[in-house]
Unconditional design. Sequence first.
Length: 208
Amino acid sequence: MNQLNHFMFEGFARRTLEGKQKEQLFNEMNQLEKAIAKLEKTPENRMYGRYLHDMRNYLYKISKYKSGTLSSMQFRDSLMAQNLIHQIDSVYQDQKVIVWCSNIHSFSYQESKDYRPIGAYIKSKYGKASYMIDFSSYALFNDKGKVIEKPGKLAIENTFHALKTPYFFIDLRAVPNTSILKKEFTSTINQRTDQKKVWSRFLTEFSI
C-alpha cells in the first residue's frame, strides 16, 4: 500500500509485478475501493476511494497504452476531468477556479475521434460558465539567444509577429463572425505544429 504511487512508473511496475500479479493487484485495489464505498460517506473515506480508483486506473493506463499516444492521453484526460469536476463541485463549490495546463488539454472541442481533452468535458459540464485561454507565440529562443522553431509561412503567428506588439489578448467571443479568427486558419497553438482548424471552436481567448 505504501508503494502504490510508485506503480505510476511503468519501469517499476514491470520490475515488481510478475505474471498474473498485475491483474491480482487490479482486483485487490478494486475490492478495497468497493469496501471503502460501503463505509460512512465522510470526506476522508471518499478521498481514499478516489485515490484507489485513480491509482488502479493509472496502473491500467500504463500497462495497456503506450505513453504519449492519443489513446493514452484520452484515458488520462478522462480521469483528470473526473477529478477536476469533483473538486469544482465539492472543494471549490461556488468559487472561481483557474486550471493551468498545456494548450491541448484545455481545448473545449474534441481534438479528434480518438482524443477528448479535459476542456471538452468542462465545457460540456459547465457551458458558458467556463472559458479557455490558450497561449501562442511567434518562436522560441535557444540557450544562445537565437530564434528557433518559427511557424510555417501560412501560420497566423506570422501576422501577429508583424504587428510588433509584444503581448496582446483576443476575446474570440467578441470577434465578429465575419472575422478570419472565427473561420478556419492555420496556427501553431497546438504543440507548435502548424494546424488548420476553426480554432474558435477550441478556445475562448487567444493570448500572444
